[in-house]
Design a binder for this molecule. Sequence first.
Ligand code: 13P
Length: 231
Amino acid sequence: MIYAGNFKTNHTRFSTREYINKLNLKLKDKNPEDKIYIFPPLTAIDNYSGNFTIGVQNAYPIQNGAFTGEVGIEQLDEFNIKTILIGHSERREILGESQEFVAKKFAFFQKMGFEIIYCIGESLEIREQGEDAVIEYLLAQFEGIDTDYNNFVVAYEPIWAIGTGRSATTKEIEQTHNALKKRVNRPILYGGSVKGENIAEIASIDSVDGVLVGGASLKVDSFLELVFHQK
Ligand code: 13P
Protein backbone atom coordinates (compact mmCIF):
# COMPACT_ATOMS: atom_id res chain seq x y z
CA MET A 1 0.00 0.00 0.00
CA ILE A 2 0.95 3.58 -0.62
CA TYR A 3 0.09 6.11 2.10
CA ALA A 4 0.42 9.68 0.91
CA GLY A 5 -0.23 12.76 3.05
CA ASN A 6 -1.12 15.99 1.27
CA PHE A 7 -0.74 18.86 3.73
CA LYS A 8 -2.26 21.38 1.27
CA THR A 9 -1.93 24.89 2.78
CA ASN A 10 -1.23 23.62 6.29
CA HIS A 11 1.90 23.32 8.41
CA THR A 12 5.05 25.42 8.50
CA ARG A 13 8.68 24.45 8.04
CA PHE A 14 8.99 24.21 11.81
CA SER A 15 5.92 22.03 12.32
CA THR A 16 6.79 19.86 9.32
CA ARG A 17 10.21 19.14 10.82
CA GLU A 18 8.57 18.17 14.12
CA TYR A 19 6.07 15.99 12.26
CA ILE A 20 8.79 14.22 10.33
CA ASN A 21 10.85 13.60 13.44
CA LYS A 22 7.86 11.87 15.03
CA LEU A 23 7.04 10.01 11.84
CA ASN A 24 10.58 8.67 11.61
CA LEU A 25 10.45 7.20 15.10
CA LYS A 26 7.50 5.03 14.09
CA LEU A 27 8.21 4.28 10.46
CA LYS A 28 11.06 2.00 11.50
CA ASP A 29 8.38 -0.60 12.20
CA LYS A 30 6.34 -0.18 9.06
CA ASN A 31 5.66 -2.98 6.64
CA PRO A 32 8.62 -2.83 4.21
CA GLU A 33 6.20 -3.18 1.30
CA ASP A 34 4.33 0.00 2.20
CA LYS A 35 5.48 3.31 0.76
CA ILE A 36 4.96 6.64 2.48
CA TYR A 37 4.81 10.04 0.82
CA ILE A 38 4.50 13.48 2.37
CA PHE A 39 3.56 16.58 0.38
CA PRO A 40 4.24 19.63 2.57
CA PRO A 41 3.64 23.20 1.38
CA LEU A 42 6.53 24.58 -0.68
CA THR A 43 7.94 26.77 2.08
CA ALA A 44 8.33 23.68 4.27
CA ILE A 45 10.39 21.74 1.74
CA ASP A 46 13.78 20.93 3.22
CA ASN A 47 16.42 18.21 3.26
CA TYR A 48 14.50 15.66 5.31
CA SER A 49 15.59 12.07 5.45
CA GLY A 50 13.80 8.95 6.51
CA ASN A 51 11.77 6.03 5.33
CA PHE A 52 9.45 8.16 3.18
CA THR A 53 9.47 10.31 0.07
CA ILE A 54 8.93 14.04 0.05
CA GLY A 55 7.09 15.48 -2.91
CA VAL A 56 5.66 18.83 -3.92
CA GLN A 57 1.98 19.67 -4.33
CA ASN A 58 2.74 21.79 -7.37
CA ALA A 59 5.46 23.33 -9.51
CA TYR A 60 5.62 25.15 -12.81
CA PRO A 61 6.74 23.20 -15.88
CA ILE A 62 9.97 25.12 -16.38
CA GLN A 63 13.65 24.88 -15.45
CA ASN A 64 13.74 28.52 -14.27
CA GLY A 65 12.76 31.91 -15.65
CA ALA A 66 10.23 34.73 -15.31
CA PHE A 67 7.15 33.08 -13.78
CA THR A 68 6.34 35.24 -10.78
CA GLY A 69 5.26 33.25 -7.77
CA GLU A 70 6.10 29.86 -9.23
CA VAL A 71 8.92 27.39 -8.65
CA GLY A 72 10.63 25.29 -11.31
CA ILE A 73 13.18 22.53 -11.53
CA GLU A 74 16.02 24.73 -10.29
CA GLN A 75 14.29 25.20 -6.93
CA LEU A 76 13.21 21.57 -6.64
CA ASP A 77 16.68 20.28 -7.46
CA GLU A 78 18.12 22.09 -4.44
CA PHE A 79 16.16 19.68 -2.26
CA ASN A 80 16.39 16.67 -4.54
CA ILE A 81 12.63 16.68 -5.11
CA LYS A 82 11.64 14.16 -7.76
CA THR A 83 7.98 13.60 -6.89
CA ILE A 84 5.00 15.81 -7.70
CA LEU A 85 1.20 15.89 -7.47
CA ILE A 86 -0.42 16.94 -10.74
CA GLY A 87 -4.08 17.57 -11.50
CA HIS A 88 -5.43 17.91 -7.96
CA SER A 89 -9.05 19.07 -8.11
CA GLU A 90 -8.25 22.09 -5.96
CA ARG A 91 -5.82 23.26 -8.63
CA ARG A 92 -8.20 22.42 -11.44
CA GLU A 93 -11.20 24.06 -9.78
CA ILE A 94 -9.83 26.88 -7.62
CA LEU A 95 -6.69 27.77 -9.58
CA GLY A 96 -8.36 27.19 -12.93
CA GLU A 97 -5.89 24.65 -14.35
CA SER A 98 -7.24 23.29 -17.62
CA GLN A 99 -6.79 19.73 -18.82
CA GLU A 100 -4.47 21.13 -21.47
CA PHE A 101 -2.23 22.77 -18.86
CA VAL A 102 -2.34 19.75 -16.58
CA ALA A 103 -1.25 17.58 -19.53
CA LYS A 104 1.55 20.01 -20.34
CA LYS A 105 2.79 19.76 -16.75
CA PHE A 106 2.57 15.99 -16.86
CA ALA A 107 4.61 15.83 -20.07
CA PHE A 108 7.25 18.17 -18.66
CA PHE A 109 7.71 16.37 -15.36
CA GLN A 110 7.63 13.03 -17.17
CA LYS A 111 10.50 14.25 -19.35
CA MET A 112 12.33 15.25 -16.16
CA GLY A 113 11.86 11.71 -14.83
CA PHE A 114 9.64 12.72 -11.90
CA GLU A 115 7.37 10.31 -10.12
CA ILE A 116 3.93 11.77 -10.73
CA ILE A 117 0.84 11.30 -8.59
CA TYR A 118 -1.81 12.19 -11.13
CA CYS A 119 -5.12 13.22 -9.57
CA ILE A 120 -8.53 12.88 -11.17
CA GLY A 121 -12.01 13.21 -9.74
CA GLU A 122 -15.61 14.11 -10.49
CA SER A 123 -18.03 16.59 -8.95
CA LEU A 124 -21.20 15.57 -7.12
CA GLU A 125 -23.24 16.69 -10.11
CA ILE A 126 -21.46 14.15 -12.31
CA ARG A 127 -21.64 11.41 -9.65
CA GLU A 128 -25.39 11.88 -9.45
CA GLN A 129 -25.66 11.12 -13.16
CA GLY A 130 -24.46 7.58 -12.46
CA GLU A 131 -21.39 5.42 -12.88
CA ASP A 132 -21.18 5.64 -16.70
CA ALA A 133 -21.13 9.43 -16.61
CA VAL A 134 -18.47 9.32 -13.88
CA ILE A 135 -16.19 7.05 -15.90
CA GLU A 136 -16.60 9.10 -19.04
CA TYR A 137 -15.73 12.24 -17.08
CA LEU A 138 -12.72 10.64 -15.43
CA LEU A 139 -11.38 9.18 -18.67
CA ALA A 140 -11.46 12.67 -20.21
CA GLN A 141 -8.95 13.63 -17.52
CA PHE A 142 -6.44 11.32 -19.22
CA GLU A 143 -6.59 13.44 -22.36
CA GLY A 144 -3.05 14.38 -23.36
CA ILE A 145 -1.54 12.17 -20.63
CA ASP A 146 0.99 9.49 -21.58
CA THR A 147 -0.51 6.67 -19.53
CA ASP A 148 2.32 4.37 -20.65
CA TYR A 149 4.71 6.38 -18.46
CA ASN A 150 6.09 3.89 -15.99
CA ASN A 151 6.66 6.29 -13.12
CA PHE A 152 3.22 7.54 -12.30
CA VAL A 153 0.39 6.64 -9.99
CA VAL A 154 -3.25 7.65 -10.36
CA ALA A 155 -5.13 9.17 -7.42
CA TYR A 156 -8.90 8.96 -7.74
CA GLU A 157 -10.38 11.66 -5.54
CA PRO A 158 -14.10 12.38 -5.92
CA ILE A 159 -14.41 16.12 -5.29
CA TRP A 160 -17.53 15.67 -3.18
CA ALA A 161 -15.63 13.39 -0.81
CA ILE A 162 -12.69 15.74 -0.26
CA GLY A 163 -12.72 17.38 3.14
CA THR A 164 -16.41 16.62 3.62
CA GLY A 165 -16.13 13.68 5.99
CA ARG A 166 -18.17 11.70 3.48
CA SER A 167 -15.99 9.13 1.75
CA ALA A 168 -17.18 7.33 -1.36
CA THR A 169 -18.74 3.95 -0.55
CA THR A 170 -16.79 0.73 -0.95
CA LYS A 171 -18.94 -0.12 -3.94
CA GLU A 172 -18.35 3.25 -5.62
CA ILE A 173 -14.59 3.04 -5.07
CA GLU A 174 -14.42 -0.55 -6.28
CA GLN A 175 -16.49 0.08 -9.43
CA THR A 176 -14.61 3.22 -10.33
CA HIS A 177 -11.14 1.79 -9.70
CA ASN A 178 -12.00 -1.34 -11.68
CA ALA A 179 -13.14 0.75 -14.63
CA LEU A 180 -10.01 2.92 -14.42
CA LYS A 181 -7.78 -0.15 -14.31
CA LYS A 182 -9.12 -1.13 -17.72
CA ARG A 183 -7.76 2.14 -19.08
CA VAL A 184 -4.49 2.54 -17.14
CA ASN A 185 -2.17 -0.17 -16.00
CA ARG A 186 -0.90 1.75 -12.99
CA PRO A 187 -1.45 1.72 -9.21
CA ILE A 188 -4.55 3.68 -8.17
CA LEU A 189 -4.89 5.51 -4.87
CA TYR A 190 -8.20 6.55 -3.40
CA GLY A 191 -8.56 9.95 -1.76
CA GLY A 192 -11.48 11.73 -0.09
CA SER A 193 -12.16 11.68 3.65
CA VAL A 194 -9.90 8.72 4.33
CA LYS A 195 -9.54 8.39 8.11
CA GLY A 196 -8.99 5.95 10.92
CA GLU A 197 -12.60 4.77 10.88
CA ASN A 198 -12.68 3.80 7.20
CA ILE A 199 -9.10 2.89 6.30
CA ALA A 200 -9.48 -0.85 6.92
CA GLU A 201 -12.51 -1.08 4.66
CA ILE A 202 -11.00 1.06 1.90
CA ALA A 203 -7.64 -0.71 2.04
CA SER A 204 -9.35 -4.08 1.76
CA ILE A 205 -10.64 -3.27 -1.76
CA ASP A 206 -8.49 -5.20 -4.25
CA SER A 207 -8.20 -2.37 -6.76
CA VAL A 208 -7.11 0.17 -4.12
CA ASP A 209 -3.31 0.38 -4.13
CA GLY A 210 -3.09 3.13 -1.58
CA VAL A 211 -4.61 6.32 -0.22
CA LEU A 212 -4.05 10.03 -0.67
CA VAL A 213 -4.98 11.76 2.55
CA GLY A 214 -5.62 15.42 3.37
CA GLY A 215 -7.21 16.18 6.74
CA ALA A 216 -6.26 12.94 8.48
CA SER A 217 -2.60 13.38 7.49
CA LEU A 218 -2.21 16.71 9.27
CA LYS A 219 -1.64 15.21 12.71
CA VAL A 220 1.15 12.69 12.72
CA ASP A 221 -0.73 10.36 15.07
CA SER A 222 -3.79 10.16 12.85
CA PHE A 223 -1.61 9.60 9.77
CA LEU A 224 0.24 6.82 11.61
CA GLU A 225 -3.11 5.30 12.55
CA LEU A 226 -3.73 4.86 8.82
CA VAL A 227 -0.27 3.47 8.10
CA PHE A 228 -0.54 0.96 10.94
CA HIS A 229 -4.23 0.10 10.65
CA GLN A 230 -5.34 -3.43 11.43
CA LYS A 231 -6.87 -5.33 8.58
P1 13P B 1 -9.29 14.87 2.67
O1 13P B 1 -8.58 13.62 3.11
O2 13P B 1 -9.14 16.00 3.63
O3 13P B 1 -10.69 14.59 2.25
O4 13P B 1 -8.50 15.38 1.34
C1 13P B 1 -8.26 14.49 0.32
C2 13P B 1 -7.33 15.14 -0.65
O5 13P B 1 -7.72 16.04 -1.37
C3 13P B 1 -5.95 14.68 -0.69
O6 13P B 1 -5.27 15.18 -1.81
